[in-house]
Ligand binder design. Structure first.
Ligand code: GLY
Ligand code: MN
Ligand code: MN
Length: 455
């Protein structure tokens, strides 16, 4: 994505998003400089060099895979399309951007730096990657870059002491980052509305995807992850990224997990809809939604995310019981693994510069790993919530043949209403996902606020 900013009003009374972002960004850079100072001291380095990184070339080809800039680079700059460029920071000095703008008449070259961020950097524009590398300072350097593809003339070292410190602090979003994430949610909410309309108009999965992209104003490559657009039983495939080109005979249900990007930040949103007249499935959606809202309300400082995940299992098991799918207590459904057959993924994950953001398991700023609760191998976040963190809350209930088959072979099979399961199987599954910021007080639900602002 380019750096052009929409003129949409961000805060009443301010003329443009760019104007609102300028002071927030200045503060953001102060925070990043403080973090970098500490990280470099911890690692024993004099300079922090962050590569935007290079596109990866396809095997035996003259084309590249879609370029995704190093998230550390995007942390400093709202530049998502600047391959070969570098951020250089030396404590005590102004951050530098070595900006590669090639002489190239085959491709669109990155636009010349402009916007709310340029005053915070000393910017040097060069024409080749080699010229950029030649400008990097020598000495004790922490070089934050992917190892592959390598960058000629400079070796990534990604020192753990530096990276762990920076990752830990990436968990705490600055007001600038939160504003971009609010906007990523606004774009996503708008596109979700268009997708729902396309579903209700009887479109195919492919048609719904096109409606989503048009409303978001983003290409597939610009989205933070591949959209999951499921009609009917396809909702049972957790990461269904196939798009049927023809509509099914009947539109029963629609699960869409799709986000949007804003200046390098992601939203991650899932909604599930039933067609009119499918009351039993709609009632189950309503119950999952009520449960999901309860979990989102618990995104509060001091809440263990692992405990919230286990709590979600108990609550969803209760939903299964209330809807007559199981005939056992919630407690025994969780203990026997029945809840995991219907809810086989984690409650959510940190989100920010990456959809599945870093540091979800970290013990402290020096690293470490907080283990997942036993029997929950897909949970992506085990930390205690603190103000500034943003996490997704995305419970689900699914009818997945492979997992249900393994229940059939167990004694608990007698306490499952297989007729109900069979009746609901054609709907695939339910997932409802919001992005929620932990604050000093009540949680801020970025996604719900974005949908509310549409109405
Ligand atoms: N869209 C991927 C996820 O929800 O984690
Ligand atoms: Mn998610
Ligand atoms: Mn998602």
């Amino acid at each position: 994505m380019g750096i052009t900013l929409s003129g949409s009003s961000l805060i009443p009374g301010l003329k443009s998003m760019s104007q609102a972002l300028a002071p927030l960004y200045a503060q953001h850079i102060i925070s990043l400089r403080q973090r970098a100072d500490k990280a470099l001291t911890l690692g024993g380095f004099d300079h922090l060099l962050i590569a935007a990184s290079m596109p990866l070339r396809k095997f035996l080809d003259d084309q590249d895979y879609v370029f995704v800039a190093n998230p550390h680079f995007r942390h400093w700059l709202p530049l998502t399309d600047a391959p070969g460029s570098w951020v250089v920071y030396t404590p005590g000095g102004k951050p530098k951007l070595i900006f590669v703008q090639p002489h190239d008449y085959w491709h669109v070259v990155p636009a010349a730096p402009s916007g709310y961020w340029v005053d915070q950097f000393d910017i040097t524009t060069v024409r080749t990657n080699a010229e950029a590398v030649a400008l990097l300072p020598q000495g004790r350097r922490a070089v934050i870059a992917p190892e592959c593809p390598s960058i000629e003339g400079v070796e990534a070292n990604n020192p753990p002491a530096v990276v762990n410190y920076l990752h830990w602090h990436r968990s705490y979003k600055t007001p600038y980052e939160l504003e971009l994430m609010r906007e990523a949610n606004r774009i996503g909410a708008r596109a979700h509305r268009a997708a729902e309309q396309a579903f209700r108009a009887g479109e195919s999965e492919f048609g719904i995807q096109l409606a989503y992209l048009a409303a978001a104003g983003q290409t597939e490559a610009e989205l933070p992850y591949s959209n999951i657009v499921c009609l009917n039983e396809h909702g049972a495939v957790l990461h269904y990224t196939h798009f049927d080109r023809t509509p099914p005979q009947q539109h029963r249900s629609f699960l869409i997990d799709a986000g949007a990007s804003k200046s390098g930040y992601a939203s991650d949103i899932t909604r599930t809809h039933a067609s009119a007249g499918h009351q039993e499935f709609q009632a189950l959606i309503d119950s999952v939604e009520r449960a999901q809202q309860g979990f989102a309300a618990k995104v509060q400082a001091g809440q263990s995310y692992s405990e919230l995940h286990i709590h979600a299992h108990h609550t969803l098991a209760e939903v299964l019981r209330e809807h007559g799918l199981i005939r056992m207590s919630a407690e025994s459904a969780v203990q026997s693994g029945v809840s995991s057959a219907f809810f086989p993924h984690g409650l959510g994950h940190p989100i920010g510069l990456q959809v599945h953001d870093v540091a979800g398991f970290q013990v402290d700023e020096s690293g470490g790993f907080i283990a997942r609760p036993e029997g929950h191998p897909y949970l992506r976040m085990t930390r205690v919530l603190e103000p500034g963190m943003v996490v997704t809350i995305e419970p689900g209930l699914y009818f997945i043949d492979m997992l249900l088959e393994s229940l059939r072979a167990q004694p608990v099979s007698n306490d499952i209403d297989w007729n109900k399961v069979a009746a609901l199987r054609p709907y695939g599954g339910i997932r409802i996902e919001d992005d929620v910021a932990c604050t000093d007080g009540a949680p801020e639900n970025l996604t719900r606020n974005a949908f509310a602002a549409l109405s």
